[in-house]
Design a protein around this ligand. Structure first.
Ligand SMILES: CSCCC(=O)C(=O)COP(=O)(O)O
Ligand SMILES: [Mg+2]
Length: 224
């Protein structure tokens, strides 16, 4: 029996377009000014040091902004970029400039599954801060009370089997009791290799079907 469900965000609970056409441009538009204002803050300093380590060179604030803007364009899933994006999006959500997109079936089925006693978790390349923000600011209210925990790239990349093994250790459940939901075949392959059950969300025509996994057009199609 499924005791826990771990869900991806982009392409699964929420639309790819929202992430790429609203969230990423917002982060890019505010990044440089954010870095100039906060480069002295301890948390931002640590993240900029990580950017320098990845680039293997010393960077001025503007040079770091250039690198991070390029990473946004390339959709790189690098931890310091994702952490900085989360910090920038916070201002957007709190001012009302951003509203977290979720498909209508997302809150409905998350509530239903929680009422059935299943524990719900998020695993996204977006930072834990960004995950909490998107679910706290939806048209359906604050969905964060539905979740028992959040995982981001600090636990490992989403295409790596070890990431899912580590998540299972945190959940203290065997893989057979855990269902992972994602739109990306390589992520589902890695979760299955760790022993999890899987289901691919095919929300729109952009998703590439991974026929080795059960498939669903919405959460209403998922058998738990
Ligand atoms: C937390 S919302 C922003 C998601 C994000 O930054 C991203 O890169 C999408 O990654 P996902 O693993 O949810 O497909
Ligand atoms: Mg996804």
């Amino acid at each position: 029996m499924i005791k826990a469900i771990v869900t991806d965000i982009e392409g699964t609970t929420s639309s790819i377009d929202f992430v790429h056409r609203t969230l990423f441009p917002y982060a890019k538009a505010h990044l440089r000014a954010f870095l100039h204002t906060h480069a002295g803050d301890a948390a931002v300093r640590r993240l900029l040091a990580e950017v320098e380590r990845i680039e293997n060179r010393t960077l001025s604030v503007d040079a770091a902004a250039d690198v991070l803007e390029r990473w946004i364009d390339e959709d790189r899933k690098l931890t310091p970029l994702k952490a900085l994006q989360g910090m920038i999006w916070r201002t957007g959500y709190e001012s009302g400039a951003l509203k977290g997109h979720v498909y209508p079936d997302t809150p409905e089925y998350l509530r239903r599954w929680q009422a059935q006693g299943k524990r719900l978790y998020v695993y996204s390349s977006g930072s834990v801060e960004a995950q909490k923000l998107i679910f706290a600011h939806t048209d359906y209210g604050d969905l964060t009370p539905l979740f028992s925990g959040y995982f981001d790239t600090q636990i490992g990349g989403k295409r790596e089997v070890d990431s899912y093994r580590r998540i299972l250790e945190h959940l203290a459940l065997p893989g057979a009791d855990v269902l992972f939901l994602s739109d990306v075949g390589e992520e589902l392959d890695a979760a299955r290799a760790a022993g999890m059950q899987t289901c691919q969300l095919l929300r729109d025509d952009k998703a590439v079907p991974a026929r080795a996994h059960p498939q669903a057009r919405s959460f209403a199609d998922i058998v738990v």
